[in-house]
Design a protein around this ligand. Structure first.
Ligand code: 13P
Length: 251
């Protein structure tokens, strides 16, 4: 059985103090979420050290939102995977569309970052997804396939066990426009097929594939009921503990 996960991506929101309060509020009611649903919060770098103390010994795991594409050295402003490990991080998001769009994140860089993260013992939440033009041109399958091929096909089936995919259609992120459950399921099933063709049915079947893009308490249950949707990567709604937990409880 593949793992179900609901992860909150706080993006560039909250001060460190607000983040601590939010994490405490999530922890306080985390017991209401079914035990088979993994909970992750992905916070800004500045918060991670303090948050790891708040989350220690709880079921809520800690993620970064990015990492450097070098192990160490003269890269001013960057944060390495060993730094993330040293503050108690268990995961990092990689390849979020906002990083691809605004910060020149390429698939080539994502291969390097993913390799570094896995070597350091971090799990990776790898984001893929098409933008509106690509969706309207009917290219969404090709775009997702290429992103998966360019990054994940450089890794082994064993390494894939530490990787989760998040399908996030760019046109649904922060827009209030959710992909319908059918639209999301169609791509999730397709991504699983791409994985099966390369790595075999068992590996594909074990892969956790999350949906992200305007996921909220009111639509989570329908999305999560789809056979190939294994949870969510939640942006805006993860900034309210009750909404985040209500989404996780939708299982
Ligand atoms: P929203 O839930 O705010 O649409 O963001 C989704 C997202 O980008 C999560 O990584």
């Amino acid at each position: 059985m593949r793992k179900k996960i609901v992860a909150g991506n706080w993006k560039m929101n909250t001060t460190c103090q607000e983040g601590m309060e939010l994490a405490k509020a999530v922890v306080a009611k985390a017991g209401e979420v079914p035990a088979n649903v993994g909970l992750i919060v992905a916070a800004p770098f500045t918060h991670l050290c303090c948050l790891s103390e708040v989350l220690e010994g709880t079921r809520v795991e800690l993620s970064a939102q990015n990492c450097a594409d070098h192990a160490s050295g003269a890269y001013t402003g960057e944060v390495s995977v060993s730094m993330l490990k040293s503050v108690g991080c268990q995961w990092t998001i990689l390849g979020h569309s906002e990083r691809r769009q605004y910060y020149g994140e390429t698939d080539e860089k994502l291969v390097v970052k993913t390799k570094l993260a896995l070597e350091a013992g971090l799990g990776v939440i790898l984001c893929v997804g098409e933008n509106l033009d690509e969706r309207e041109a009917g290219k969404h399958f090709d775009i997702c396939k290429t992103q998966i091929e360019n990054v994940l096909f450089n890794f082994t089936a064993e390494e894939l066990k530490s990787i989760v995919i998040a399908y996030e259609p760019v046109w649904a992120i922060g827009t209030g426009k959710t992909a319908t459950a059918a639209q999301a399921e169609e791509i999730h099933a397709f991504i699983r097929k791409v994985l099966a063709d390369k790595f075999g049915a068992q590996v594909a079947d074990d892969m956790t594939i999350l949906y992200g893009g305007s996921c909220k308490p009111s639509n989570a249950a329908e999305l999560f009921a789809q056979p190939d949707i294994d949870g969510g990567l939640i942006g805006g709604a993860s900034l309210k503990a009750d909404d985040f937990l209500a989404i996780a409880k939708a299982y």
